[in-house]
Design a protein around this ligand. Structure first.
Ligand code: MOS
Length: 743
């Protein structure tokens, strides 16, 4: 017999694909129950001040309007801040909807109308009259620079910048070659297809069955049960499918609070759906002002790296993300100073957006490296080899694995980098200036504690579960693969369940850690099932496995077989039948190996971009992108490739299109819809080629997979910006690079 090839590493199509394309996959706003009511949120139109008067009488007079909640009649909730702190909360005092008359940002929810239909609720909300007393607002980050401070740590995963090493300022001043530049990136907003929504089903016994758009059901569950002081059994949160989130669903958002509040007060089922415009009223990728100074020897060898960033936070929380640390890690340099500060403005707290921090800091560093390459007269790719870091100097640790050189080589070869002519404006096709740019990307490879449960049934099916999420990344599929592989079952005998707060503990799906964390738990729990069934199999009458040890058998095709003679086998169901059990059930926890602490663990990429710039019109087309990724073992090249392509497309948006513009007079985001907030469409996306380089890593987790959710976007905007410089000779340091900046 032939040994079946491993399911891990196979480009398996999504196991949830058929449900999605046939419309059977249900999202949070699609769970309907008889008597469901609909809430519509009224948003503030001022950025700061308070509500003097709110007149809801016209709204309430409409037949079918059940209630209007405002700060004047809001039911009481938990007192202490700690109850509102969710798993992704930064330091500070989390926002509480309808808690008093104060307005702290434009777009703040100030009323919830609940009615028999969505349309009625929305219409009724338009009849509410609000009188404000405005206070002067401060929404302009540049003007608040004097309030910059180091954010209080406290947000999971945040590492403040390391202390300076060497003598960076002196080394910079005396460096023969210097790059000293300011870069800036704008506010961006998450625009998943599915807007934020919570359906709260008020059950007959008063318990709440909640369907929430969230990247971690237990985060919503903990939040709701603490804020509303509910017993554990009174709430269950589910989120089997998520229509994109990108970080916007890491924290429970105000629609969840409002829907739960209304359902409890009215003793009715309530759904609150945010409009597209309201998707711009909670959290965003923060604006940054960055200063990068690179000092180098005449051949481009780095002598000094200085990277300082100012970013914004709200007045009520100290948002933080890792923006500058990468600059002390990506290249070998003994003189480094990194600084990251935030200043409060009258906006909502920023929230993680795909590769938070890294995507911003690496953009600036990688553009500065390109500027250095031109000043030193060194090929930009060669410059990266010259300054290659074999060790993490920030933490003075080795990398658990780092195949970045292979990324550079393989990416360059696929792209044809060797044919590049170095001078700006030296490559063209008629009126199209052609530019080629390169950049490096990096993201952390993290593992969190996670749990899983497995039940193997006598009918030969296996159900594995964990309270994690699938935000479109492929969790259902990859977990099914890991479970099927570990127990030697065909994929169609395995079901993976997620998105239910009653399932075993899992962290929020973020940070690219889900395969690493939940995947490890799934592997562990299936190994426990293996041991149990193997013990049964040995006891079967005349068992061919009676004297075998676990390492002398394989699990394949629903059988346990001797490695030395595959025909000698016991089926899993036979083993269970003989043992007289209908199920084998196990629970397990996936824990990070303490040995990880001795290493820096990261995924890397080399991104190559080609642009064509119309010389007369300034129109930029990103005609080709090659991204070579070192992300450890790739468990499913199909879903993995999708993640990287998504990141590249987003990188195109970041480089050329995306920005949320704030009217400083109004203190309000203005282009808050998909007509005016531009993201790449099909016509903007051309040839994208993804390479996964071989990378073995025995440290990151037992699967050797580093996670691929975020690395795809890091470096893309820099590669494109660098290509635009190569094409045009014009260095635009302020994203996005729109036509007006090029002409
Ligand atoms: Mo990602 S920003 O951790 O959803």
């Amino acid at each position: 017999m032939t040994t079946p090839s491993s399911l891990l590493g196979q480009p398996i199509s999504r196991v949830d694909g058929p449900l999605k394309v046939t419309g059977q996959a249900k999202y949070a706003g699609e769970f309907n129950v008889p008597g469901l009511t609909y809430g519509h949120v009224l948003s503030s139109t001022i950025a700061r001040g308070h509500i003097k008067k709110i007149d809801t009488s016209a709204a309430l007079a409409l037949p079918g309007v059940l209630h209007v909640f405002t700060h004047e009649n809001r039911p009481g909730t938990a007192w202490f801040d700690r109850n509102y702190k969710d798993e992704d909360a930064p330091a500070g005092s989390p926002f509480r909807p309808l808690d008093g008359a104060d307005i702290v940002y434009s777009g703040q929810p100030i009323a919830l109308v609940v009615a028999e239909t969505f349309e009625l609720a929305r219409h009724a909300a338009s009849l509410i009259r609000v009188e404000y007393k405005t206070k002067e607002h401060e929404t302009d980050l540049a003007e608040q620079r004097h309030k910059a401070h180091s954010p209080a740590p406290g947000k999971g995963g945040y590492e403040p910048p390391p202390k300076p090493r060497g003598n960076p300022d002196k080394a910079f001043k005396s460096a023969p070659i210097q790059v000293d530049a300011e870069y800036s990136t704008p506010v961006e907003h998450h625009n998943p297809m599915e807007t934020h929504v919570s359906t709260v089903v008020y059950e007959d016994d008063g318990t709440l069955s909640i369907y929430d758009k969230i990247q971690g059901v237990q985060n919503s569950y903990d939040y709701v049960s603490r804020v509303f002081k509910l017993d554990k059994e009174q709430v269950r949160v589910r989120s089997p499918f998520v229509g994109g989130a990108f970080g916007s669903g890491l924290r429970p958002q105000y629609q969840l609070f409002l829907a739960v509040m209304a359902a409890r007060e009215l003793k009715r089922s309530v759904r609150v759906t945010l409009t597209r415009q309201q998707m711009f009223t909670f959290g965003h990728r923060p604006e940054t002002h960055q200063h990068v100074a690179l000092g180098a020897a005449p051949d481009g060898t780095l002598l000094s790296v200085i990277h300082e960033t100012l970013s914004e936070t709200s007045r009520f929380e100290d948002y933080c993300e890792v923006v500058v640390n990468w600059s002390g890690l990506l290249y070998q340099c003994d003189n480094v100073r990194l600084d990251y500060k935030v200043a409060p403005v009258d906006q909502y707290t920023p929230i993680d957006m795909r590769a938070p921090g890294a995507v911003l800091g690496v953009y600036a560093l990688e553009c500065a490296m390109d500027e250095l390459a031109y000043k030193a007269g060194v090929d930009p790719l060669e410059l990266r080899f010259k300054n290659y870091a074999e060790r993490d100097q920030n933490q003075d640790k080795p990398f658990s694995s780092k195949e970045l050189k292979a990324c550079y080589y393989q990416g360059a070869e696929r792209f044809g980098w060797g044919k590049r002519s170095p001078a700006p404006r030296s490559m063209r096709e008629g009126k199209q200036l052609i530019g080629w740019g390169v950049a490096t990307g990096i993201w952390e490879a993290m593992q969190q504690q996670a749990a899983a449960k497995a039940v193997l049934s006598i009918d030969g099916t296996l159900t594995v579960s964990s309270a994690t999420a699938d935000i479109g990344t492929g969790t259902y599929t990859v977990m099914t693969q890991i479970a099927a592989e570990t127990l030697g079952l065909p994929l169609d005998k395995v079901t993976f369940k997620l998105g239910d707060s009653s399932l075993p503990k899992s962290p929020i799906e973020g940070g690219s850690w889900t395969v690493s964390s939940v995947g490890t738990a799934v592997k562990e729990v299936c190994e426990k099932v293996r041991e149990q069934v193997f013990a049964f199999a040995r006891k079967v009458h005349h068992s061919p496995l009676a004297k075998a040890e676990l390492d002398e058998v394989t699990f394949s095709g629903g059988h346990i077989r001797l490695k030395s003679d595959a025909s000698r086998a016991v089926s899993l169901t036979e083993a269970m039948r003989h043992a007289g059990v209908l199920h084998v059930e196990e629970q397990a926890m996936g824990l990070p190996n303490p040995k990880q602490m001795q290493y820096t663990r990261a995924s890397h990429s080399a991104v190559f971009a080609e642009v064509k710039v119309d010389e007369e019109l300034g129109v930029v087309k990103v005609t080709r992108v090659v991204s070579a990724i070192a992300g450890g073992r790739v468990l499913n090249p199909k879903t993995a490739r999708s993640q990287i392509i998504g990141g590249i497309v987003w990188g195109i948006g970041m480089a050329l299109e995306e920005e949320t513009l704030l009217d400083q007079k109004l203190g309000r985001f203005m282009n808050h819809d998909l007509a005016e907030y531009h993201v790449p469409v099909n016509a903007d996306v051309h040839d994208i080629d993804v390479i996964f380089v071989d990378e073995e890593d025995t440290i990151v987790n037992p699967l050797g997979a580093k996670g691929l959710g975020e690395i795809g976007i890091v470096g893309v905007a820099a590669a494109i910006a660098n290509a635009i410089f190569h094409a045009t000779g014009k260095r635009v340091r302020d994203l996005p690079i729109t036509i007006d900046k090029l002409l």
